[in-house]
Write a protein that binds this ligand. Structure first.
Ligand SMILES: Nc1ncnc2c1ncn2[C@@H]1O[C@H](COP(=O)(O)OP(=O)(O)OP(=O)(O)O)[C@@H](O)[C@H]1O
Length: 325
C-alpha cells in the first residue's frame, strides 16, 4: 500500500515489513489465564480486527502490544523492537476503553498539545476533521457527550500521525451515524498505508472494516483470516428443522454434520454436505419446517467460540487455522 498524507512534517511510513509480532505470549491475572500462548504476526499496512466475546483476552493483548503490561512468557515486538521503543519514537497511537477528559481545555488545545509531543504530528485541523470534531474544536473537553468524548480520544490517538493505530472497542459509545463516520475516518487513515489493530464484539464491523479477523476465545486465537475465510472454515451450511420431541441422539452421527445445536424445539445442524444430511433426516422423518441456509458469520463465530455449547463441537481440539479469501 502506498502512503499518501496531507500532513505536516515528514511522517515515517512503513512500506512492507512486520508491524506487530507476538511469539508464545502468555499472561495471567492470578489463576485466570487471560492470554494463552499467543502467536500473531501483523504486517505493516494491515487492518486487523481482534474479535471475541467479553473476557476473550482482547484488551490484555492490546495492553501487551502497547507495552502497558508485560507478558509472563513470550515476547511482543513492534517494528522489530520493543513496544516501549516504538511508543517512545511516536510510532504508535492508541485509543483505549477508558480515559478521563482533561478539564478546562478545549478540544483543539488538547489535540494540539498531544500533537506537539510527537516528532511528525498530523496537522491539528486535519486531525479534528478526520475525527469528526470540526464543529466541536472550541468546546471544552469536559463538556462533551460520551460519543463526542470518544471522538476526542480518537483524535488524540491520531494526533501523532502514528504508523500503528491501536483501538480498543472504538465504537462502543457511538450511535449508528457516529459509528459510520468513525469507520469512514478509520478507513481513510488505513488507506494512507498505516497499520490498524482494533478490538470489537461486533462481527459485522470486523467483517466490513478489517482486512483480517483474528478470533480470540479463552485467551487463544481460534481463527485467523478474512471474514469470508472464517465463514468457510466454520460455516458450511446450516440445516434446521423442528424436533417435535424427537431424540437428538442420532443427529451428530448424520452424514456431513459437524455440529448440532438445539434452540428451543429447533435443531440446527452445521453440515459440509447438506444434500446427504437432508436425505438422512428424511429417512428419520425429521423434515418438519426444514430449512437449508448458508452459515452466517455469526454462525461461524459461535462455532469457533464456545458460546453455542454445541452438542457435537465441530472444531474442538483442532488448532486455529489461517486462511485468506
Ligand atoms: N486486572 C485484572 N485482574 C484480574 N483479571 C482480569 C483483569 N483484567 C482482565 N482480567 C480477566 O482476564 C480475562 C481476559 O480479559 P480481557 O479484558 O483481556 O478480555 P476482553 O476480550 O478485552 O474482554 P471485553 O470484551 O469484556 O473487554 C477475563 O477473564 C478477565 O476477567
Amino acid at each position: 500500500m502506498t502512503a499518501t498524507t496531507g500532513t505536516t512534517g515528514a511522517p515515517p511510513t512503513t512500506a512492507g515489513g512486520t508491524a506487530v509480532e507476538f511469539s508464545g505470549v502468555t499472561r495471567s491475572y492470578g489463576a485466570v489465564r487471560a492470554v494463552d500462548g499467543l502467536a500473531l504476526t501483523i504486517a505493516a499496512g494491515e487492518t486487523v480486527a481482534l474479535l471475541g466475546r467479553n473476557g476473550a483476552g482482547k484488551s490484555t493483548t492490546l495492553s501487551m502490544l502497547l507495552g502497558l503490561l508485560p507478558p509472563d512468557e513470550g515476547t511482543v515486538a513492534l517494528f522489530g523492537g520493543t513496544p516501549e521503543a516504538a511508543v517512545r519514537a511516536g510510532r504508535v497511537g492508541a485509543m483505549l476503553q477508558d480515559g478521563k477528559a482533561v478539564p478546562r481545555v478545549t478540544v483543539r488545545e488538547l489535540v494540539a498539545f498531544v500533537a506537539a509531543c510527537y516528532p511528525h504530528p498530523m496537522d491539528v485541523s486535519e486531525t479534528l476533521e478526520l475525527a469528526g470534531l470540526g464543529e466541536f474544536a472550541g468546546r471544552r473537553v469536559d463538556r462533551l457527550s460520551g460519543g463526542q468524548a470518544q471522538r476526542v480520544r480518537f483524535a488524540v490517538a491520531l494526533a501523532g500521525n502514528p504508523e500503528l493505530l491501536v483501538l480498543d472497542e472504538p465504537t462502543a459509545a457511538l450511535d449508528v451515524e457516529a459509528r459510520r463516520a468513525f469507520w469512514r475516518s478509520m478507513r481513510a487513515y488505513a488507506r494512507r498505508g498505516h497499520t490498524i489493530v482494533f478490538s470489537t464484539h461486533y462481527l459485522e464491523e470486523a467483517d466490513e472494516h478489517a482486512d483480517r479477523i483474528v478470533v480470540m476465545d479463552g485467551g487463544r486465537v481460534v481463527a485467523d483470516g478474512s471474514g469470508a475465510a472464517i465463514k468457510r472454515r466454520a460455516g458450511g451450511t446450516v440445516v434446521s428443522f423442528d424436533l417435535a420431541g424427537a431424540p437428538t441422539g442420532p443427529l451428530p452421527g448424520l452424514p456431513g454434520v459437524s455440529a448440532v445445536e438445539v434452540r428451543g424445539d429447533r435443531a440446527l445442524l452445521r453440515t459440509a454436505d447438506s444434500d446427504a444430511t437432508v436425505v438422512a433426516l428424511a429417512g428419520l422423518g425429521l423434515v418438519r419446517g426444514l430449512q437449508v441456509s448458508p452459515a452466517s458469520l455469526e454462525d461461524a463465530f459461535l462455532t469457533l467460540t464456545s458460546a453455542a455449547a454445541p452438542l457435537a463441537p465441530a472444531a474442538a481440539g483442532t488448532p486455529a487455522t489461517k486462511e485468506h479469501a
